[in-house]
Design a protein around this ligand. Structure first.
Ligand SMILES: Nc1ncnc2c1ncn2[C@@H]1O[C@H](COP(=O)(O)OP(=O)(O)OP(=O)(O)O)[C@@H](O)[C@H]1O
Ligand SMILES: [Mg+2]
Length: 343
């Protein structure tokens, strides 16, 4: 039994002629063999329909061959906009702020952030890049800026971001010694974050791309509480064993009232150089499935590309070194869509 099968069956369950998936009532779905766990997230005003709904779901899944069906139900409170203790502000010198996030580490967030930045630059925009991954900053490495330190303005009031191939780039790694472990947490982190972002002279930046660490920790919270985020891109891979990590991250941003622009599937396929045939090494359709489940559009499917791997070593992003490669074309198409969505 597959997740897809369970998902299709849940789409048959309707409330007032609309199915529960499109209504956004499916919070999570996990399938392991014949066992299925459904998490429902439904509005409080439908409280009286919970038992009937659970019965209908259970009957449908059991009759289709699932052996064990567990259903958890959360009632969503009516939304009272949570007031942040910090007033959100628009970052001076920055027109739009785009955050690149994921539920899990290692899916290619930094790769997407860097190449989206250069794809936007390729389209003629002025771009900044901020590495908010305080514990594992990798953008400096990807751009060969490991030894770069922040310069300070003559009045000593602001940081001047170093530029690489015309993109202004800032990372916490540029403040400290490489050997110094950073153990900032909570409020301290919030403050450091705010200062580094605010005190950087961005100046006339059309798009600031922020690479976030995975999950929903301090960085996500600080960014969303402090600044007006135009939108978030969620990076995922085609192989989603359990979509719960990504869904949790999406829910986290929704709770912070931050708009998710779209999903980017990375490492989607490999194009054989001899036959130009696509091979779906890590499975197929994870991004599409996530898009169907959440109603968030799938904006790009980035292929596996050896130039991406080598660009990590030579400090030149693939969009700069090989702008005509299939992955670069997809990054540039992603950038176009992002511009369109943020118009
Ligand atoms: N499409 C791709 N083709 C080939 N290699 C890729 C691709 N995407 C990412 N990689 C490689 O996978 C590794 C992980 O990518 P990356 O550092 O961007 O992930 P991340 O999500 O930012 O990780 P972390 O959670 O550690 O911050 C890197 O070595 C990168 O070069
Ligand atoms: Mg990273």
């Amino acid at each position: 039994m597959s997740t897809k099968k369970a998902y299709e069956l849940l789409k048959e369950i309707k409330i007032n002629e609309k199915d529960i998936v499109s209504l956004g009532y499916l919070g999570n779905l996990t399938v392991e063999g014949g066992n299925v766990e459904v998490v429902l997230s439904i509005p409080k005003e439908l409280e009286n329909e919970v038992f009937d709904l659970q019965d209908r779901i259970r009957d449908r899944l059991l009759s289709a061959g699932f052996k064990n069906v567990a259903i958890k139900t959360r009632l969503k409170e009516i939304k009272t906009s949570p007031k942040s203790p910090f007033a959100k502000r628009k970052l001076q010198g920055v027109d739009r702020l785009i955050a690149v996030a994921s539920g899990k580490g290692g899916v290619g967030k930094s790769t997407v952030a860097v190449n989206l930045a250069y794809a936007l630059k390729h389209l003629g925009y002025s771009v900044g890049l901020f590495d908010a991954d305080i514990y594992g900053p990798s953008i400096s490495v990807m751009l060969g800026l490991e030894d770069e330190r922040m310069k300070v303005s003559p009045d000593r009031n602001a940081f001047i971001p170093p530029e690489k191939f015309g993109v202004k780039t800032v990372s916490f790694g540029m403040l400290v010694d490489k050997a110094t472990p950073i153990l900032w947490r909570g409020a301290m982190f919030h403050k450091a974050y705010e200062e580094l972002m605010v005190q950087t002279l961005w100046k006339d930046v059309d798009f600031l791309v922020v690479d976030l660490p995975p999950g929903t920790g301090d960085a996500q919270l600080s960014l969303a509480q402090l600044f007006d985020i135009s939108g978030v891109l969620m990076v995922t891979t085609p192989q989603i064993v359990s979509i719960s990590d990504v869904l949790r991250a999406i829910k986290g941003f929704e709770k912070l009232e931050v708009k998710i622009l779209g999903i980017v599937e990375n490492m989607s396929y490999f194009i054989c150089p001899d036959s130009a045939k696509k091979f779906y090494i890590f499975g197929k359709g994870g991004g599409r499935k996530l898009s169907e489940l959440t109603g968030i559009p799938l904006l790009a499917s980035i292929p596996l590309d050896e130039y991406i791997t080598t660009s990590g070593d030579n400090g030149i992003p693939v969009v700069v070194s090989h702008p005509d490669s299939p992955s670069s074309k997809e990054f540039i198409s992603l950038a176009r869509k992002v511009v369109e969505l943020l118009k």
